[in-house]
Design a protein around this ligand. Structure first.
Ligand code: FEO
Length: 395
């Protein structure tokens, strides 16, 4: 079903309630939307396609407004297949359309789909007239890939912002920020940013500066996932600015694995000692917490404390996987607390310490490495580690 969001501009996107893991990695408990917009002017422009399995529903939404054969431009802000998978389907119907994207996107399009419609690559800040309305293209590399751009409607001051300012969560017909449950949007947009755009946080800050630098009175932010912001378009921009800020939060997130409960006992003692010192604490058992929540709650934590049992002389596999995420997502350097337990030879905590020192993180003293069950001395060490963490958090 389409919906006119301002006169002559239609939402023609779709909800996905079927995909379990976005990118086959990140949980989608509320689904996700693939937003696409149709502008009807003297020329007809389609902004963004959708993921391939939703091609029929999407084309049905377009047909409610115009015959797809009349589309003049297919504007692709980003080539990731959740935005472009259905391109070959619309290309068969819109044979006279011209594809609009950045030069890098042109190369990707040919390697992904090799659709042979006419194409036009656009430079940064280039404009395209549709008749009464003019669009301006803003290159915003690494939001989320290097070829990405935003499209700005200069007449109605709508920013089609692509992945930036997006959110997980299907819309269920509630397309606007004044219709949808904004508590869900706040938590799902932060989780989305934290797992999808984490590696590129500085580019969020750059894009916000670029948009602000246009000196426009932005009326609407229309991302490619999540709601359209019309009541307060600055709300999501401010949240993204805050969540991508290099300033870390004054708290500690404890992330741990445990097999039989010994490491968990240390984790819980450390939590209690930190709370006694009024340090805000979040805690995740990696065997039960979804990795997207773990990444979200640790991305901006002032200190991360990581606990592991030794497993085959290495850290617990799920702990190793989290450390891989920290490295791959280029977590900002910050103090790290380490603790763990082992049954005979050990090695888990030591390998974590070596890894974080290689990555140039500061490893806090004491590291706690317990043979068997934690003794009163080792639980006392939790108090010392908590004091060190508290001092770092308060800096
Ligand atoms: Fe919505 Fe980078 O894909």
């Amino acid at each position: 079903m389409n919906r006119e969001i301002v006169k002559g501009v239609y939402y023609v996107g779709v909800d996905d309630h079927h995909t379990v893991l976005f990118e086959n990695l990140w949980a989608l408990p509320h689904g996700v939307s693939y937003n696409s917009y149709l502008i009807v002017d003297d020329k007809i422009a389609l902004i963004e396609c959708v993921k391939e399995p939703w091609a029929d529903e999407w084309i049905g939404n377009i047909r409610e407004v115009v015959d797809p054969a009349k589309i003049d431009y297919i504007i692709m802000n980003h080539m990731e297949p959740d935005h472009t998978g259905a391109l070959p389907h619309i290309a068969k119907l819109a044979e006279n359309a011209t594809m609009i994207y950045t030069p890098k996107a042109s190369d990707m399009q040919k390697s992904f789909y090799d659709v042979r419609l006419r194409e036009k690559t656009v430079t940064d800040l280039e404009e395209l007239s549709l008749g009464k309305r003019t669009l301006k293209f803003l290159h915003t590399q690494f939001l989320h890939w290097p070829e990405t751009m935003m499209t700005y409607d200069m007449q109605d001051h709508i920013l089609f912002s692509c992945d930036a300012f997006g959110s997980f969560g299907a819309l269920n017909g509630n397309h606007f920020d004044d219709e949808i449950d904004m508590r869900m949007v706040e938590s799902e947009s932060r989780r989305y940013l934290s797992v999808i755009i984490t590696s590129y946080l500085k580019f969020i800050q750059q894009a916000i500066a670029k948009v602000t630098g246009l000196g426009i009175d932005l009326k609407m932010v229309a991302p490619s996932h999540g709601p359209v912001y019309r009541r307060d378009p600055t709300w999501i921009i401010n949240r993204y600015s805050e969540w991508s800020s290099p300033d870390l939060e004054k708290g500690c997130t404890i992330i741990y694995g445990t097999m039989y409960g010994f490491t968990q006992r240390v984790a819980m003692t450390l939590k209690r000692e930190l709370e006694n010192l009024s340090v805000p604490v979040k805690i995740h058992n990696l065997s039960y917490s979804d990795m997207s929540k773990v990444v979200t709650d640790s991305l901006r934590a002032g200190v991360i404390a990581i606990g592991t049992p030794t497993y085959d002389a290495y850290p617990f596999p799920r702990v190793w996987a989290f450390v891989d995420e920290m490295e791959g997502k280029r977590f900002a350097k910050r103090p790290i607390g380490l603790f763990g337990t082992f049954g005979w030879g050990g090695g888990g905590v030591k390998r974590l310490k070596d890894k974080f020192e290689d990555l140039k993180f500061e490893v806090l003293e004491p590291t706690i490495d317990v043979h068997g069950r934690p003794t009163s001395q080792e639980l006392e060490d939790c108090k010392r580690l908590a004091e060190t963490i508290a001092a770092k958090v308060r800096l």
